[in-house]
Ligand binder design. Structure first.
Ligand SMILES: *Cc1c(COP(=O)(O)O)cnc(C)c1O
Length: 474
């Protein structure tokens, strides 16, 4: 180390001295002393390492180590650390239940109940009538009774937990008969065989990947059988020479063997989604009518509520599940419970189609989306005369492991930038800004689907696209 460098390094002020500098007053007020001190230490370390690696640049160190310069960098770093996370984004993918973007947006009443519950004590496990201990599941029971007459239900952390608890409580130490065609992995590392193993039940595979008949199940049933499990294959479909046994065919078999028929229905629609153009999803109530003993499903897929897992079915089996220790481990939080309750209320009162955003987005007409897209395109053409922007036909997707073929006609805003890899650059810039806009790329064009963008955010989307198209001018 040269003597000059040693002197310069020695002249870097101490963390404490920097923090006392007037330039730091506001930074410390915003970030707090502890975070500010940590970031100053990191910043000065980086300066020292930089100087040692490139000694010729050591002179620049003096300038970079000035308190005002450090304060500017520390403030920016601190604001990144403290920025609210997860950050709101505009979902312009047209995938309504997008697992990576948080699945469902809550209805206004659900969001309000959630915020209110967060800020108050509530009668979560307190029976106001008797003045003693109550049960958190009791709050949902009256709504579940209306939605699923004759059945009981519990709601836990998510659908994976609901299945785990069902298999543990009903079939631990025994065999669970599952079709090979249903041993699927569903996005986000949910693997049926792994959940089964975790439950303490043993997997008994039957049939083949593409064909499993009722007879295959029948042959596997015996004294060791604990349950028959049927799984919605969700985001995946085998087409062609296929055969599978439905709930109505399996129910008599399960009954005669004296074992429960458990159905993992993934998305779990409470209403007929036919009007949304999703014809091949069977509502949960129909499965129960067909003889399913327990049906599990997610709260945040097509149901349109917060993350939660439902198990609905025979009251004696649901009681067993509720008593399992895993039900305590995976119990639902009070704030989420309030949002689930508000979401179910929309279904009970028949307002779900107007109130639950997931259902509203699924049923927006192509024409309504096209009209919004056309207005956006005109605004963009005015702002960015260089870019080629138009409305083109396309498809949205229901997503969330609902029907894989669930394509809904839509109108897309297609943006073609100028130059090499323009679409990729544009897509990245859309992701970089605030709010981030998540779009898709197809054949060198960026495609934006307004189906999944709240209508009152159309203007924000337009200005973000305009900004991404002309980053230099703005
Ligand atoms: C999505 C899905 C799951 C997982 O549900 P989570 O609520 O994410 O735990 C399980 N099974 C099926 C069939 C699914 O579609």
């Amino acid at each position: 180390m040269t003597r000059e460098l040693r002197e310069i390094l020695g002249a870097i002020p101490s963390v404490d001295r920097i923090l006392e500098d007037p330039a730091f007053g506001e930074v410390v007020a915003v970030l707090g002393r502890r975070l500010a001190a940590d970031l100053v230490r990191e910043d000065l370390d980086r300066l020292r390492h930089g100087a040692l690696e490139r000694p010729t640049a050591a002179a620049a160190l003096v300038r970079d180590a000035a308190p005002a310069a450090v304060a500017g960098r520390v403030r920016a770093a601190g604001e990144r650390v403290l920025a609210p996370r997860p950050a709101p984004v505009l979902n312009a993918t047209g995938v309504v239940v997008h697992t990576n973007l948080g699945r469902s947006v809550l209805s206004r009443p659900a969001a309000e109940r959630l915020a209110e519950t967060a800020r108050h004590f509530v009668d979560l496990e307190y029976d106001l009538a008797r003045g003693g201990r109550g049960h958190r599941q009791d709050h949902l029971a009256p709504l579940l009774r209306i939605l699923f007459p004759g059945s009981a239900g519990i709601v836990v952390n998510n659908n994976a937990a609901a299945i785990l608890i069902a298999l543990r409580a009903l079939a631990r130490g025994r065999e669970v008969v599952v079709s090979r065609g249903e041993l699927v992995e569903i996005g986000g590392s949910f693997r049926v065989p792994e959940i089964l193993a975790a439950s303490g039940a043993r997997l008994r595979e039957v049939g083949t990947t593409n064909r499993t008949r009722v007879g295959d199940y029948q042959a596997a049933l015996g004294p060791r059988t604990g349950a028959i499990l049927k799984v919605h294959t969700s985001n995946f479909r085998i087409v062609g020479f296929t055969e599978d046994a439905g709930v109505a065919e399996l129910a008599p078999l399960a009954r005669s063997a004296g074992v429960p028929l458990v159905v993992d229905w993934g998305s779990g629609d409470l209403v007929d989604l036919g009007p949304a153009g999703i014809a091949d999803e069977v509502p949960v109530g129909e499965l129960i009518a067909d003889g399913a003993d327990v049906v599990t499903f997610s709260g945040d897929k097509l149901l349109g509520g917060p993350q939660a897992g439902f198990a609905v079915g025979r009251p004696d089996l649901i009681r067993k599940m509720a008593r399992d220790p895993m039900a305590r481990v995976c119990r639902i939080d009070r704030i989420v419970l309030a949002a689930v309750h508000a979401t179910l209320r929309a279904y009970v009162t028949g307002r779900a189609w107007e109130e639950v955003p997931t259902l509203v987005m699924l049923t927006l007409s192509r024409e309504a989306i096209a009209a919004r897209a056309q207005r956006a395109v005109e605004a963009l053409r005015a702002a960015c005369p260089d870019a080629a922007i138009e409305v083109v036909p396309g498809v949205s997707r229901s997503g969330g492991g609902s029907s894989p073929m669930g394509e809904i006609p839509t109108a897309l805003i297609a943006v073609t930038g100028r130059g090499d890899r323009a679409a990729h650059r544009l897509e990245r810039r859309l992701r970089d800004g605030t709010p981030a806009v998540i779009a898709r790329i197809h054949e060198d064009r960026v495609l934006l689907d307004l189906r999944t963008v709240p209508e009152d955010s159309d203007d924000t989307l337009v200005s973000r696209v305009a900004q991404a198209l002309s980053p230099v001018r703005r």
